[in-house]
Design a protein. Structure first.
Length: 167
């Protein structure tokens, strides 16, 4: 039993390290997505500024201004695509964590059911032994013990009478 507890204390930090590793990977992925969202927000701000840029004659936008705005918008779209890819990875992490939780819950449920079956089996065996011990009251060993007790009592009685008769 002590070996089991020692093994448990040795393996517990390893399980915690694995769980922390999954959590740190999820946190790192979430930080990456948040950084990409901040980058997208900055690029969209640049796009908004480029729309207001008018370097042409009479305050009109030039072809170069429109191309610049379109390039910034293209960068925003590429960033959006990368965000979607990273969000998909993040969701896969979350799904994996949920699957692990379900697997642990199923394993725990199986262990509980196994323990319940073992307890029921032991209770049945205990009841059978209790019934056997009450029915074993009429075994030959009990008769021998009672016979020997009677012989000892009778011997003590006769020995006592003989001692009184001698005095």
């Amino acid at each position: 039993m002590n070996k089991f507890f020692y093994l448990l204390f040795v393996l517990l930090p390893a399980f915690q390290a694995m769980a922390q590793q999954d959590t740190s990977a999820f946190s790192a992925q979430r930080a990456k997505v948040n950084a990409m969202l901040a980058e997208r927000s900055a690029k969209f701000g640049q796009y908004d500024e480029s729309l207001n840029q008018r370097s042409g004659i009479f305050g009109w936008q030039t072809k170069k201004d429109i191309k610049n705005s379109n390039e910034i918008l293209r960068q925003v779209v590429l960033t959006d695509n990368n965000i979607f890819k990273e969000l998909k990875v993040l969701m896969e992490y979350k799904d994996l964590q949920n699957q692990q939780k379900v697997a642990v819950a199923d394993h725990s449920q199986e262990r509980i059911q196994s323990y319940m079956r073992n307890i029921k089996k032991l209770q049945d065996e205990n009841e059978a032994l209790r019934i056997r011990s009450t029915s074993a009251g009429s075994s030959p060993a009990n008769y021998i013990i009672v016979f020997l007790l009677l012989v000892m009592a009778g011997g003590f009685y006769f020995f006592n009478r003989k001692l009184k008769a001698i005095k």
